[in-house]
Write a protein that binds this ligand. Structure first.
Ligand code: SAH
Ligand code: SF4
Length: 388
């Protein structure tokens, strides 16, 4: 009888339990799983480099592991080195964006969960491109590993980190490409990695999952029992307008969404954020402001307004500064806490496939845990509109 060859996997796709099971299968004591896990957390995925493992085990792991290292094909630096947009490409040619945002004492990475997105929001560059494929749990976790390892090394590509930037990732936002709750297995596995005290050890509050409003997914997220920050991309406060701006609203209209968000808040005891991409002459009128204020008051939610990033092929634009201010003030007068994201926040939080839409294939660079060409990266373009 011939035995089946053992499955080959990306090590980052394995949970703690699966690492333990793998070690049991290889007749290894349990603590070997912890050693292996510690290497992965440090960004090392090549068994040959795991020097505290016996040579025979390293060889056995090398046969089991096929690290799915992406290639860094573009690196755009904005905002005086405080914002780094990375375009990562997998061996099958699919590319995604990961954005690193540095603040004093805070380093946030914005990660993608899908190549493309099936939700079709008409103002979003990723939505325009359509759905390409799901990312695996390993591919999602690895985006955090790449950013974390870069911070630890104090060097991201050819760019040095600004003074005061932390040497590790402190916050993660699922606001890159794709809809995290349409790829629940990878999203939940990543949250477990991030929250694991022996993994990235992030507090649940430091992890934000942004969703277009997939009601069953929000319920599953609440089932985790962690006070993760839930950000709901509302963008419209009446069903007629939301059906147009966020097509999933046709299946899960506002009343249903509001009910599940309330349930999330009650079960996790965590305040929810409402995201509002402000689009000139589309959702910036007084009626929308008033309806938004009512919803936010009922949910006791915080509202984040993000002026729309112009997107190729989309005729809509951000409103004038005057109109933006009037909208924000009106919601505020309705008794709601509201934050207008500055251009930095806008640029960084709305990764949204815009780099992919406009990227130039650059020289590439080598980042820990990512493959890259050996040459130094040229800073391809600095976003012209980005100010601090
Ligand atoms: N799919 C999820 C998470 C990724 S999108 C979601 O929609 O929530 C992350 C955020 O960027 C969302 O709030 C989305 O509405 C916003 N966004 C998309 N396109 C944008 C644009 N052109 N300008 C500003 N924000 C945009
Ligand atoms: Fe998908 Fe979010 Fe873009 Fe909508 S806004 S198309 S859900 S990535």
């Amino acid at each position: 009888m011939s035995s089946q060859p053992a499955a080959v996997v990306d090590p980052y796709a394995l949970s703690r339990d699966e690492l333990t099971a793998l070690m049991a299968e290889l007749d290894q004591p349990r603590y070997r799983a912890d050693q292996l896990h510690a290497w992965l957390v440090r960004g090392v995925d090549d068994p040959a480099e795991m020097t505290d493992l016996p040579a025979a085990l390293r060889a056995a792991l090398a046969e089991r592991f096929a690290p799915a290292r992406p290639e860094l094909v573009a690196h755009r630096v904005a905002d005086d080195g405080h914002t780094h947009k990375l375009l990562l490409r997998y061996p099958d040619g699919e590319a995604i964006e990961t954005v690193l945002m540095l603040y004093p004492k805070r380093a946030t990475v914005c990660i993608s969960t899908q190549a493309g997105c099936a939700m079709g929001c008409p103002f979003c560059a990723t939505g325009q491109a359509g759905f390409r494929r799901q990312l695996t749990a390993g591919e999602v976790v690895r985006q955090v590993v790449v950013a974390d390892a870069a911070l630890r090394s104090g060097d991201i590509g050819s760019a040095h980190l600004p003074d005061g930037a932390p040497d590790h990732i402190t916050n993660v936002v699922f606001m890159g490409m794709g809809e995290p709750l349409a790829n629940l297995p990878a999203t939940l596995a990543t949250v477990r990695w991030l929250h694991d005290p022996e993994g990235f050890n992030l507090s649940a509050r430091g992890i934000t999952v942004s969703t277009v409003g997939l009601v069953p997914g929000i319920r599953k997220l609440a089932d985790l029992g962690l006070p993760l920050t839930l950000a709901v991309s509302l963008h419209a406060a009446t069903d007629t307008l939301r059906d147009e701006l966020v097509p999933i609203n046709v299946s899960h209209p506002l009343a249903e969404l509001e009910a599940v968000v309330r349930e999330y808040r009650e079960r996790t005891n965590r305040r929810v954020s409402i995201e509002w991409c402000l689009i000139g002459d589309v959702n910036d009128d007084d009626e929308q402001a008033d309806e938004l204020a009512k919803i936010a008051r009922r949910l006791r939610a915080h509202v984040n307004v993000i002026p729309m990033n112009p997107t190729p092929g989309v005729r809509w634009k951000e409103p004038s500064k005057r109109r933006t201010r009037a909208f924000v003030e009106r919601v505020q007068r309705g008794g709601v806490e509201i934050t207008l994201r500055d251009t930095r926040g806008r640029d960084a939080d709305a990764a949204c496939g815009q780099l992919l839409a406009s990227y130039t294939l650059g020289a590439g660079t080598r980042l820990p845990a990512a493959i890259g060409a050996a040459e130094r990266v040229e800073l391809l373009q600095v976003d012209p509109g980005v100010q601090r």
